[in-house]
Structure formats: C-alpha cells, structure tokens
Design a protein around this ligand. Structure first.
Ligand code: GDP
Length: 366
C-alpha cells in the first residue's frame, strides 16, 4: 500500500504519480528494501561520497553479472592513481565484452604534459595488467573536458548494447555520470531509475539510452591498495590535487632524500647532480634531507614533520622500489600521489611507498 510508505531519507510520503511533486519515486524503486524519494536518492548517490563498502563477495557477483551479459564496459581510472584505481581481476570477467578505458582528472595535468603520451602509457599499463582496451580516452568529468566526445565514442562502441560503467571509489565516476546527464539529460529525474545488482543488496543506477538499452552505473569498488585508505578524509583532500599541478623542481646531489609528507620517500642514491621534478598536489609538503638522516627522521618524526598522515597507526610500512635509470627523462610514478620526473642518465634512485601502493617507472610524459 503506497500511501503508507515514507521516505527513509527525509520522511516525506512516497508517491509515484507526479515527478514534480515531493516524495516522487519511480515505481521500479518501490521494490527496494529501503525506499527513499528520488530527491534523497540523487543526493545520496551524486552529491556525497558514497560510503558503501563492497564485500569481496559482492564484488565478484558484480563482475560475474557484467561478464555474463553482452555489453560495452566503460572502465574509469584516475590518472593520478592508476594502479590504485585499476580494479585487478576485472579483465578475467569481461568475457568477450569490449572495454573502453577512460582516464579521468586530465584537468590536473600541467600543460607541459603530453596527452598522447599519457594515453599511450595507459594503453601499455593496461596491457601489462592483462587488459586490452578497445580504446583509451582522457577526460575531466568535473570540468567537462572530453565528456561529449567520450559520450559519442561510447555510443559508437556499444553497437546497440547495454553499457556498464565501472570504477574504484574516488575515480570520479559519479561526477562523470552527472556530467553526461547534464549534457544529454534534459529531464534527469525521468531518466534515472535504480535496480538491484543481481544477488546483492547494492543499488545500481540505470540510465535509459535512446534505443531501449541501458547505461548502468555500478557501485564504486574499494581497492584496499589505494593510498586514499591510509589517510584521514581531510588528509586525502590535501594529497588529492585540486588544481592544475605546479611542478616542483629539486636540484639534488647524490645521497639526498625527498619525503612526500610521510606517505612516500624518494632517495637519490647515486649519480651526477640531477634535476627532479615533482608532480604532486600543490598542498603536499616535500621535505628535503640527507640520505644518511632519512631513516632516523622517518622513525622519529613521522606524524609531525612528516605529515600526512597525522596518525600513522594505520599506515603500512614503506616498501622500497629500486630503479637504475639509463635513459634521459623517466617518470617514477607513485600511485595516488603523482610522479617524479628524473632528468638524468646513469642515476640510481629508490622510491618508497606504503606496502600495496603501486610504484612504477615510465618514459617521461614531458
Ligand atoms: P566516485 O567515488 O568515483 O563516484 O568519485 P566522485 O565523483 O565522488 O569524485 C571523487 C573526487 O574526485 C571528488 O573530490 C571530485 O571532486 C574529484 N573529481 C571527480 N572528477 C574530477 C575531475 O575531472 N577532475 C578533478 N580535478 N577532480 C575530479
């Protein structure tokens, strides 16, 4: 009996007749365990960070569902957290489905960074991780850069099939979907409904496409290797770049060390005086010291001089990654933080990141 249903979010009476009126909810949403009005639903899903954590079980069910259906899979990654936002395992479940790989947050890249090189690096990294995307694109969901182009790319690549948008939490999936709705939506209230992911209690958002097919926005999946999970919410804001990154240049002699707060460490072990260009959040303090003092500094001052994290209790210990660089200009990438461009040949460096956080090396994007 519909008259008795109250929105679990704001308490208004739920109705399914008039979408301009308070309490409207699409009839399809009445089947859910917890019923909320469309307005609360939109606030929950699109204006706030979703705090739903998926169990591994739910995650597998989602992957199975996606693999069993004929669909185009659109996979979003954060270009500053490539490994952390990767969702390992997805490629084993995609079945015969095509995957379009989208790198989000391109607005943060300094102008000097070559977009095509970034795309090539994404393609190569994907391949190394076992996935061969049908295409790779760069966008900024927030600024709307490339979103229209990607929308038509999706429409072309899906060849009349459904679309599943997947991504780890924090890659900007909600922002991207919102932008698509803004660009194409018109009446967004009418466009969005929800349904359950088969076998789970997780909601997914369904956006009807014009040929009767559907674009499914899947729940954000938490990858426990994301740097994001090792810092407090306010610290995450600090390490996440918000504006175009201003590269910071350090001319270092061998046996000097840079600390990125207390979250990562970069040693220049051996080589001629070399320039190191850091592409990290403008707000993240980089502390420079002597290599011989670095261990002690970290041990004694983690949490005060070397911060974030302010509370290092949950930070896994740092793992060392050693690189000998022979070609000029490579980037040492620390997933979730950014990267350091090394401008020299015959240089030995060590990058340290919390256990589980990806560290890799690539040809420079400059
Ligand atoms: P979701 O968890 O994948 O749904 O991610 P959200 O859409 O909630 O975005 C996560 C964070 O990334 C938020 O702080 C957004 O403001 C930010 N964000 C999303 N898209 C972009 C983008 O294109 N550029 C930048 N700079 N930030 C973005």
């Amino acid at each position: 009996n519909e008259r008795d249903i109250i929105c679990a979010g704001c308490g208004v009476k739920i109705q399914t007749e008039s979408k301009e009126m308070l309490g409207y909810t699409p009839p399809s949403a009445l089947k859910r365990d917890v019923i909320i009005c469309q307005r609360c639903f939109r606030m929950q899903h699109y204006n706030e960070v979703q705090d739903v954590s998926l169990t591994d079980d739910d995650f597998l069910k989602i992957l199975h569902t996606i693999g069993e259906r004929k669909a185009l899979i659109v996979k979003l990654v954060d270009i500053f957290d490539f490994n952390g936002s990767w969702l390992p395992g997805l490629h084993r479940f995609v079945g015969g489905n095509d995957v379009l790989l989208i790198g989000n947050k391109v607005d943060l890249l300094p102008k000097s960074v070559n977009r095509n090189r970034m795309i090539n690096w994404m393609r190569k990294s994907a391949k190394d991780l076992g996935l061969k995307p049908i295409d790779v694109a760069l966008i900024s969901g927030e600024k709307g850069i490339g979103v229209k182009e990607v929308a038509s790319l999706i429409d072309r690549l899906r060849k009349g099939k459904d679309v599943y948008v997947v991504g780890a939490t924090n890659v900007g999936k909600s922002t991207f979907i919102n932008k698509m709705i803004q660009i194409f939506g018109g009446d967004e209230e009418q466009m969005i409904t929800t349904s359950h992911f088969p076998g789970t209690t997780l909601d997914m958002i369904d956006i009807p496409l014009d040929d009767g097919k559907t674009l499914y926005d899947t729940p954000g999946i938490i990858n426990h290797h994301q740097m994001a999970h090792y810092v407090a919410k306010n610290e995450l804001k600090l390490i996440t770049p918000k504006k175009e990154i201003k590269p910071k240049v350090f001319q270092l002699n061998e046996e000097q060390t840079l600390f990125f707060g207390g979250l990562a460490r970069f040693d220049f072990v051996k080589g001629e005086r070399t320039s190191f260009v850091c592409y990290v959040s403008n707000d993240l303090f980089i502390h420079r010291t002597k290599l011989e003092k670095a261990d002690e500094l970290y041990e004694k001052r983690l949490g005060d001089v070397l911060t974030p994290p302010e509370d290092p209790q949950h930070l896994p210990s740092l793992v060392k990654h050693e690189f000998t660089i022979r070609v000029q200009k490579v980037d040492v990438v620390i997933s979730g933080l950014g990267w350091v461009t090394v401008n020299g040949t015959n240089v030995k460096v060590c990058a340290y990141a919390p256990e589980g956080v990806g560290v890799s090396i690539r040809e420079s994007l400059i």
